[in-house]
Design a protein around this ligand. Structure first.
Ligand code: DHE
Length: 508
């Protein structure tokens, strides 16, 4: 990994100086600007890394901050600075980030409105695609985080239709409109971008926050919801041109405000569900339903419903009907199943450490529905029976994984080994025997991660996650390699059909 400080030095044309020798007492401000600002923002407002402000760090202890700077943070882009900085410098930084900044950061409705750009107003571009493909529902988008671009691929011929620049550090899956024509991207530093796939044009953009987690698009295609770490808010946008509808401050029943860990769409409930990091509540926002009243169409109001959760729940997985929410606090003890209709906890799950619930998938096994969850801190995939939430098995893998994928038509579930010495491996699990039947090493030494299937489940795409990486596609049944395409650190891949149909083997 390139250290951000070296990168910043290179960008500024500097030879990295021995900063500790410049002054007797470590100057945290100088250290910050040199080592941290490129990821955490010049004013500590966040960027690829989170904002480093006291309000944002409410659940981080001071000694933990020291450890994170020294050792890095598992499962994030945060590198270890222990070899570059001495203990006094790390301590100075760890102390300083808890001090209030001289200027209070804020991102108001006026800031949101001022950032709003509409390049092509809704309805002004042609409705016919400017390119020809066999099947518009079998297109793929691939996010390339190496140089912040997105590729659009024909999912039948595996040819690139276009490649366009994205905002810095997209995070979370792009979300399609229900008809698959438009796609919405969210960046870590708060930008929401709407792209018209038929016309290959960015139509509108708006900055919803300083440090954003992800976005969700309502199943009716009318609304976009952005969840922020900073400020502590949800931002509701009109999906047509990303006009601001409302900013919803996230304040709990106990008066504390909270970061939003993620927002999700729950189609059968006509609602968005928000995972909150700092308050033990789950929020549901029902979007207005249209109803005919004579010649008029009445659109109701948005309704915010707060559910008191048994614990902090900031990483979610839902059952197919979106009644049950499986939640866990990151780093907390165990997962919990929360019934959103009855608003009660119905089960505890033995998910210790860091399960990655957001990457879970589900399938039918012996007439019952199961869910499988990888873990970020250990080489395990946990498989649960969703009829009674009992543990079926833990499948041991060659290291902690990040993403899981399958498809209704595929006998296999795929899990990567994202962390540790075996990060170039990817496992193929038989969905019926629950055993690893194949372990591929497509490129020794390079991370192989994140699988996505084509709409029929016949071909799958896999990322070689490297700046000089590539996309690999394989026959989903024989596992034979069919082709590759060079890409700059390809991360997530998203098939229009699988996403718009809420296919069971993919993330939603
Ligand atoms: Fe992600 C999705 C949270 C770090 C790449 N990640 C998500 C989602 C959540 C989440 C809640 C689901 C939202 C969605 O898709 O709309 N991610 C987190 C974290 O809390 C964590 C561990 C720490 C953080 O700093 O945010 C984290 N994530 C990372 C990375 O370091 C990854 C590997 C590289 C990157 O780009 O930052 C990364 N996350 C992704 C990707 C998805 C994602 C590619 C979408 C997966 C999908 O298939 O839908």
């Amino acid at each position: 990994m390139i250290r951000p400080s070296l990168l910043l030095g290179a960008l500024l044309g500097l030879v990295t100086p021995a900063l500790s020798a410049v002054a007797d007492e470590p100057d945290a401000n100088v250290l910050y600007n040199h080592h941290c600002a490129i990821c955490h923002g010049v004013s500590r407002l966040g960027g690829i890394g989170p904002a480093l402000l006291p309000d944002n760090l409410s659940r981080l202890k001071h000694d933990e901050a020291f450890e994170v700077i020294r050792d890095g943070r598992i499962a994030t882009q945060m590198p270890a600075y222990g070899e570059l900085l001495d203990d006094a410098e790390i301590a100075a930084l760890a102390e300083w980030i808890f001090e209030a900044p001289e200027v209070e950061p804020s991102w108001t409705d006026d800031d949101i409105l001022a950032s709003h750009v509409v390049n092509h107003a809704y309805g002004t571009l042609p409705d016919e695609p400017v390119f020809e493909v066999e099947d518009l529902k079998n297109l793929f988008l691939v996010v390339e985080i190496g140089d912040h671009h997105v590729s659009l691929l024909d999912g039948d011929k595996f040819e690139r239709i276009t490649r366009f620049p994205s905002r810095y550090a997209l995070h979370g899956g792009p979300k399609y409109s229900p008809d698959g024509r438009y796609v919405y991207f969210g960046s870590r530093d708060g930008w929401v971008t709407k792209y018209d796939i038929y016309n290959l044009e960015v139509t509108a953009e708006v900055r919803a926050g300083i440090n954003m987690r992800n976005i969700a698009v309502s199943a009716d295609g009318n609304y976009v919801l952005a969840g922020n770490y900073l400020p502590h808010s949800l931002v509701l946008l009109d999906a047509r041109d990303l006009d601001l509808i409302a900013t919803i401050p996230v304040e709990g029943l106990n008066g504390d405000t909270s970061r939003v860990s993620a927002v999700y769409t729950a189609p059968p409930r006509n609602s968005f569900v928000a995972a909150l990091r700092d308050i033990p509540e789950v929020w549901e926002i029902r979007w207005p339903e249209e109803r005919a009243d004579g010649d008029e169409t009445i659109v109701g109001d948005f309704a915010l419903h707060r559910m008191e959760a048994p614990d902090y729940l900031d990483d979610f997985f839902f059952d197919m009907e979106y009644r049950y929410l499986v939640g866990a606090a990151r780093g907390g003890q165990g997962g919990q199943v929360f019934d959103m209709d009855e608003e009660v906890k119905v089960a505890d799950l033995p998910l210790e450490g860091m399960p990655h619930l957001g990457a879970g998938i589900t399938w039918e096994l012996d007439g019952r529905r199961v869910m499988a969850i990888p873990h970020i801190d250990k080489g395990l995939v946990s498989v649960f029976d969703m009829t009674d939430w009992s543990l079926i098995t833990h499948i041991e893998t060659d290291g902690p994984g990040f993403f899981m994928r399958s498809h209704e038509n595929s006998p296999y579930a795929w899990v990567d080994v994202f962390f540790g010495p075996n990060h170039d491996r990817i496992h193929v699990i038989d969905k019926q025997s629950l055993e690893i039947v194949e372990t591929l090493i497509p490129e020794p030494g390079k991370t192989a991660a994140h699988v996505e299937f084509d709409r029929r489940g016949e071909t799958l795409l896999l990322s070689i996650w490297d700046d000089d990486g590539y996309l690999l596609w394989l026959d989903a049944n024989t596992l034979e390699e069919l082709g590759r395409m060079p890409m700059k650190r390809p991360s997530g891949k998203y098939n229009v059909w699988n996403k718009t149909q809420y296919e069971e083997g993919t993330s939603h």
